[in-house]
Design a protein around this ligand. Structure first.
Ligand SMILES: Nc1ncnc2c1ncn2[C@@H]1O[C@H](COP(=O)(O)OP(=O)(O)OP(=O)(O)O)[C@@H](O)[C@H]1O
Ligand SMILES: [Mg+2]
Length: 249
């Protein structure tokens, strides 16, 4: 099982749109996929029209009693662990654990899922906390969407710093440019300057109305129109991520 986090400490950079669409793409390719909605806002769960059961909460997640709350989506091979409002307390709960175990808690919790899934995708909240450290430790790859602007680049710098603090392998970071509007001169110049760094994937996701409209359709873009430009961009992105994590390139 490969665990892929979609993470940035910056809000609104396209994490959830990416998680939902690459989960759909990966599942369509025949792989068994679980998307874990780690963000108490529950946006990924919303897109799949799934609500967490009232009995589910962060305590149950941390006790490893989450299996019965996993739900099937409308799509073959794709399941979802919905977020619960109480996930906003995950950091507090993790903080109360012993120093040694608290950073590895999520990794341990998610391990049994390897019996049922080939790919685990984590849609992460925009935080820079102990939960973020857990996410990094639990993941084979940390996919970081970067809008080609200064603030998004700062979030990427913060991620690199956090990897340094954790002594984690920076090769796990797979950054890509998100919500790209090439006619904007700042976007064009940031991409030109940074795209050549090995940290960045070659794929980029343009700003497309089709993706913005997911809030209305509540469907991954590929489920609305299979070969639409947005669906093809996410397929390209996922193929590049998959190649990297399976060391095909
Ligand atoms: N490539 C894109 N083109 C157009 N709109 C996009 C694109 N990616 C995301 N959006 C829209 O931008 C908004 C924020 O995206 P999204 O929710 O995916 O960001 P996020 O990083 O998950 O935010 P948060 O940090 O709050 O969880 C949403 O309304 C989404 O539909
Ligand atoms: Mg989100």
């Amino acid at each position: 099982m490969k665990t892929v986090a979609i993470y940035s400490s910056k809000g609104g950079v396209g994490k959830t749109a990416t998680a939902v669409n690459i989960a759909y793409t990966a599942a369509s390719s025949g792989k068994r996929v679980l998307l874990c909605d780690m963000d108490s806002q529950g946006a990924a769960s919303y897109y799949f029209r799934i609500k967490a059961k009232k009995k589910f909460n962060s305590q149950k997640l941390l006790a490893g009693e989450y299996g019965k709350y996993i739900r099937g989506t409308d799509f073959e091979n794709l399941d979802l662990l919905p977020a619960h409002f109480s996930f906003r307390n995950l950091d507090l709960a993790l903080n109360s654990l012993g120093e040694k175990e608290r950073r590895m808690t999520l990794a341990k919790l998610l391990k049994p899922l390897s019996a049922d899934y080939e790919i685990l995708l984590l849609d992460c909240p925009p935080n820079l906390t102990l939960l973020s450290e857990n996410i990094i430790e639990a993941s084979d790859a940390v996919v970081c969407p970067v809008i080609p602007t200064t603030l998004s680049l700062i979030a990427l710098e913060q991620l690199l710093k956090l990897f340094g603090k954790l002594e984690a392998d920076k090769k796990k970071i797979l950054a890509f440019f998100s919500m790209v509007e090439r006619r904007k001169s700042m976007h064009a110049s940031v991409i030109e300057k940074y795209q050549r760094y090995p940290l960045f994937l070659k794929s980029a996701i343009p700003f497309l109305a089709e993706i913005e409209k997911m809030g209305l359709s509540r469907l991954p873009v590929g489920a609305v129109t299979r070969h639409s430009p947005a669906a093809m961009e996410y397929t390209r992105l996922w193929n590049e991520i998959w190649k990297k994590i399976t060391k095909q390139q």
